[in-house]
Design a protein. Structure first.
Length: 144
């Protein structure tokens, strides 16, 4: 079974303690989004989980907890764009802090286990095609 963590919310950023507690307890309850009365108990045992995929814009809160995942295969889908506070008001500075977080995570778990996602691409007068091309190049140069 593949656990896609964070499709509904950013678990590494906001709920890393909760997730690690779920791992320690060995299960999680999941509510069916289409039938709120249907709740399933899903095993999180190492035997049941083939891989965990974390979707995040800021895994900083989870990095020091990753030793709790020893024995699990996992990777991070790290969304990192250059949008300003007008689009992403709750994220730390990207050009310094989040680039450093990306590198720290990559150093800890290996570069093959951190996938950079530049998206979604929003087009406007401010965030036009040329903006995105420059921003993508700048971030990719910072991450290499």
């Amino acid at each position: 079974m593949i656990i896609s963590a964070s499709r509904r919310t950013d678990i590494p950023s906001y709920y890393s303690d909760w997730f690690i507690n779920r791992i320690k307890d060995g299960y999680v309850y999941i509510r069916n989004p289409f039938n709120k009365k249907q709740i399933s108990k899903v095993s999180l045992s190492k035997d049941a989980v083939n891989c965990i995929v974390f979707w995040t814009k800021n895994p900083k809160n989870m990095i020091d907890k990753l030793d709790e995942l020893n024995g699990y295969d996992y990777y991070f889908q790290f969304t990192l764009t250059s949008y300003g506070k007008d689009i992403e008001p709750n994220l730390p500075d990207k050009s310094e802090e989040l680039i450093a977080v990306f590198k720290r995570l990559s150093d800890k778990i290996g570069k093959d286990n951190v996938i950079w996602r530049y998206g979604p691409i929003l087009l406007s007068d401010k965030y036009n095609k040329e903006y995105h091309l420059r921003a993508f190049e700048k971030i990719s140069n910072s991450l290499k």
